[in-house]
Design a binder for this molecule. Structure first.
Ligand code: FES
Ligand SMILES: [Fe+2]
Length: 462
């Protein structure tokens, strides 16, 4: 019997992490091997949704997408549909896009401006941009004494925070701050986010596509896989640019990989190698022309990284190529499918013509119609499908390139490895994956092996 006084508790429930020691053992760091089941197995995937996507800070939006109160975008955290919306006080909130009545979506569109609220399509419950239930036109609930409007609303994402324009959220109320989650990896993020005093913005819209692959293949590709570019992208580059793409030497002494808590960047120091692959000489001149100014702001190492051959993943599923200005999220949709969201990020202060070249360049290289994206997508789809074979899935995968490449005397932040033809960052990525599967406390996660070695951050203008 329903007792009006025993009202349902509608406070948010954030599921707790547990531990999956057997799954954690699928990554064997001492042998540099990864079990193929991590790319195809439904039970492992479900555990990832809880252990990783239920806890980690996940990319939500760029602040420039939602400048005014009521501006919103829809995105996903794991498979959870989320609305990210600018509040009246200027802060950013994020809420599950699911009505607490029967679960229907309350927001059907991908983005919008100056919304006053969201109304569920099913029975007409309406919610403010702060997620609170406002009521219905008919005020039928106001007459129900067993109904407490203030106790019901859209479930808020437990924590939302920004880092230099990028907005992230976590479902874990106990997760450390966003800056602690990044650790000294912010030193590398600033190559893209802080190389100019005016800050950054996303331009144009968001391109969405589907790839039939496990989400970890693109994430590990961007965390440190320049090896594939010389082979995979060569013919496409010749076709689009009218000649072989110049990525510099295959082995470059100055190239390095850096990893902190599974976030990783692999980079050359060639100043403009990746920007050059967009095919606009004017853009190369622009990047080279800014070199001295960026050097004064960020120091020589990071100034050389701005347009360089370089790629980056923030654990678990947010990646970008600094030199090509493409930013992307690999949203998991089951063990063998992702929805890929793609944007172009530029400095606000750039001339409009330069912004336009970046936008066009990223679209012809890294968008669903882009040559390099098609190259990559095909590989990731075949990796996922081939691993499903019954005998095939029992073989281990080799992540052993560059095992003796640790550059422990480097004063750069994080775990540093020399040379770019190396699986070092991928080993760190899967080590972090295993830590998330194994540990249920953030204390253990933050003290784990992927934590950064203790060393002071280099001075900006070293
Ligand atoms: S499901 Fe939303 S009002 Fe009923
Ligand atoms: Fe690629």
């Amino acid at each position: 019997m329903c007792d009006a006084k025993a009202r349902p508790d509608m406070r948010p429930v954030y599921p707790k992490a547990g531990s999956y020691p057997d799954f954690a053992d699928l990554v064997d760091d001492s042998r540099a091997q990864v079990d193929r089941r991590v790319f195809i197995d439904r039970a492992i995937y479900e555990a990832e949704l809880r252990q990783i996507f239920g806890r980690a800070w996940l990319f939500l939006a760029h602040e420039s997408q939602i400048p005014n109160p009521g501006d919103f975008v829809r995105t996903y955290m794991g498979e959870d549909d989320v609305i990210v919306v600018r509040q009246r006080n200027g802060r950013i909130g994020a809420y599950l896009n699911s009505c607490p009545h029967r679960g229907n979506r309350v927001c059907m569109v991908d983005s919008g401006k100056k919304a006053r609220g969201f109304i569920c399509n099913y029975h007409g419950w309406s919610f403010g941009i702060d997620g609170r239930l406002n009521g219905t036109d008919g005020k039928v609930y106001d007459k129900d004494p067993g109904f407490e409007k203030s106790a019901i609303g859209l479930t808020p994402v437990a924590q939302v925070a920004s880092y230099k324009g990028l907005v992230f959220g976590t479902f874990d109320p106990e997760a450390p701050s966003l800056e602690d989650y990044f650790g000294p990896f912010t030193w590398y993020l600033d190559v893209m986010l802080d190389n100019d005093e005016g800050g950054t913005e996303f331009i144009g819209g968001c391109v969405k596509s589907t790839v039939e692959c496990n989400w970890k293949f693109p994430a590990e590709n961007f965390v440190g896989d320049i090896l594939h570019a010389f082979w995979t992208h060569q013919s496409g580059a010749e076709a689009i640019l009218g000649g072989a793409v110049d990525l510099g030497s295959r082995y470059d002494e100055r190239a390095f990989q850096a990893s902190v808590y599974g976030h990783g960047i692999e980079t050359n120091l060639d100043k403009v190698g990746n920007t050059r692959t967009l095919g606009f000489p004017e853009l190369n001149d622009y990047v080279l022309g800014r070199y001295e100014a960026v050097k004064a702001r960020l120091g020589e190492v990071r100034a050389r990284m701005v347009g360089a051959v370089s790629s980056c993943t923030v654990f678990p599923n947010f990646s970008f190529l600094p030199g090509q200005a493409t930013f992307r999220v690999w949203h998991p949709k089951g063990p063998d499918r992702i929805d890929l969201y793609t944007w172009t990020l530029v400095n606000k202060n750039m001339p409009e013509r330069i912004k336009e070249l970046y936008r066009k360049g990223t679209m012809i290289t890294f968008s669903p119609g882009g040559v390099f994206e098609m190259d990559d997508g095909e590989n990731w789809e075949y990796c996922t499908k081939a691993n499903q074979g019954w005998v095939t899935r029992h073989q281990k995968l080799h992540y052993g390139l560059g095992q003796d490449s640790a550059w422990s005397e480097s004063d750069l932040p994080g775990h540093i490895h020399r040379g770019s033809l190396n699986d070092a960052n991928q080993r760190q990525f899967y080590k972090r994956w295993a830590e998330f599967m194994r540990f249920d406390s953030w204390g253990d996660l933050q003290r784990a092996e992927t934590a950064p070695p203790a060393k002071p951050l280099p001075q900006a203008a070293e």
